[in-house]
Ligand binder design. Structure first.
Ligand code: 1GP
Length: 264
């Protein structure tokens, strides 16, 4: 299997302590006009990735949207598929999700078997991802459609052991997700526990709709913040999130100071 430049770049950013912003584009909630607005904003405010997908894609225009984005933007498009029907070779890569928080074999390996020859025949970069759904107060489309029980919100140690097992099985990224439009995001305690348990880049999303929530996730150890719902409602939130990430990535005075003391 190809080890990919997208994965290498993400891994390098993690080693350097650099955080990233992924904007989730759900084809069900997006038309060309709103997509165009997000693309314009992403020209002015750095976006590192577009994730494309949703738990229940009912529309048929995902392919047209990917084409639209690829013709207008250099931001990599990563598929975030809910099943093997949502593959599209126009994207740059795919988060190949194994739903390790659940016990539904179809989402642990079944869909992957169906997708494997299609993925091999495509040029999609494959990013094997341990996907962990977390209970954030109400049943999400993702947990319903996947037929899985999410991780209990207040059990960081279960999340940590799940991520550890995923890493030992060879998964290269971990994704902690409260589900789109979650009432509250994954707790900093759980993010911290997973961060300490594994070395892989850590993606966190679901219910991030304020600068404070994003900041808390970044401080707890998230490498990539995913925002979908709130940017759909208020596209200017993209600028706020981009600024939060850039601010986090700037070296601080204290970092400079520690470098100086090391030299002395
Ligand atoms: C959902 O992590 C993503 O799978 C993003 O969630 O839509 O709540 O931002 P939101």
């Amino acid at each position: 299997m190809r080890l990919t430049s997208l994965y290498d770049a993400l891994s390098k950013r993690r080693m350097q302590g650099q955080k990233s912003l992924a904007v989730l584009l759900d084809p069900d909630n997006l038309d060309e006009e709103s997509c165009q607005r997000i693309l314009e904003l992403s020209e002015q405010h750095t976006v590192d990735y577009f994730f494309m997908g949703g738990s229940l894609v009912t529309s048929v225009h995902q392919a047209a949207l990917i084409r639209f984005i690829k013709s207008r933007s250099a931001v990599p498009v990563l598929l975030f598929p809910s099943n093997s029907l949502h593959l599209d070779a126009q994207a740059d890569g795919i988060l190949l999700l194994s739903l390790i928080s659940g016990r539904n074999p179809d989402f642990l390996i079944g869909q992957h078997v169906i997708a494997a020859p299609l993925l091999r025949a495509s040029n999609l970069q494959i990013l094997p991802t341990g996907y962990m759904l977390v209970d954030t107060g109400r049943q999400t489309t993702a947990s319903y459609i996947s037929g899985t029980t999410p991780l209990p919100y207040d059990k960081p140690s279960i999340a940590a052991c799940t991520a550890m097992a995923g890493e030992q099985l060879g998964l290269r990224l971990m994704y902690l997700d409260g589900g789109s439009g979650a009432m509250y995001p994954v707790s900093p305690a759980m993010i911290r526990a997973v961060r300490q348990a594994v070395d892989t880049p850590l993606i966190v999303g679901g219910g991030i709709n304020t600068q404070e929530k994003a900041q808390a996730a970044l401080e707890a150890g998230a490498d990539v913040i995913v925002v979908g719902n709130h940017i759909e409602k208020d596209p200017s939130f993209l600028a706020e999130m981009s600024h939060t990430i850039r601010h986090f990535n700037q070296p601080t005075d204290s970092t400079d100071f520690s470098r100086i003391t090391r030299i002395l």
